[in-house]
Design a protein around this ligand. Sequence first.
Ligand code: NAG
Length: 297
Amino acid sequence: MASYHWVVLVLACTCALSGALAARDLADDPSMAARHEQWMGKYGRVYSDAPEKARRLEVFKANVAFIESTNAGNSKFWLEANQFADITEDEFRAIHTGYKPAAAADKGRSTGFRYANASLDDLPASVDWRTNGAVTPVKDQGQCGCCWAFSTVASMEGIVKLSTGKLVSLSEQELVDCDGTDKGCEGGLMDNAFEFVVKNRGLATEADYPYTGADGSTCDSSTAAATITGHEDVPANGEASLLKAVAAQPVSLAVDGGDNLFRFYKEACSPARAARSSTTASRPSGTACPETGPSSG
Ligand SMILES: *[C@@H]1O[C@H](CO)[C@@H](O)[C@H](O)[C@H]1NC(C)=O
């Protein structure tokens, strides 16, 4: 662990330095305005007026500088100027996240953990719940801070599939509209949402109760298609416990998705591809790891 921390610190310092240099270069670069225009076209972005566009261009420049300096210095993954490239980190957190941790009083509450005695030696080397048909395609919460609802629904879809054999896409909007303990687009907690589902005796299908990505619709919880009987928390600070749980069923978890590295993540880079690139002309571009990273040095 000590050497791992050491590596992280070294990388972080490198990024900060090269980021400052790149930001200076890009800020004076007239082609950044053209790149911004191109990006606006790609993502269908329209601004209300010229000052707003100028402000967004500045944010875009800063984000592109961060992305390019990270890509130049990081050997494990690539970032890209995706649809979030014209907003700041604070704006991104406000618009696109939405996990509200439990109140201190609720944190110590223990729910029991059914996989406590599972043997680590008996676990499979890997499990992919997508290929096991227990996960619906990726959904997009849009500009509504209800990650808590998506997380709740996704793990519920998983356990419903494992117990009934049927994969059914279920309704996040019902949670946004009806779960009064949580705060709709202003955030929530999966534990509360699981408890809501139990009391509500289930959730409607996505098709019957489609996602609008906004607060303010009238709650209609009359058409439950599937339910759960309860939920359990994986014991805190235990990777072995998480391993046991996720080997048995899809689980809900929260990650800090507001971080810039996470926000602009594109894909892992491939050292193997980098090695092959000298002999294979038709290699897909943009996926090999940078030459200068620790993996090639
Ligand atoms: C795990 O094993 C202990 C000791 O045998 C037992 O008391 C406990 O109930 C078991 N827990 C579960 C979740 O099965």
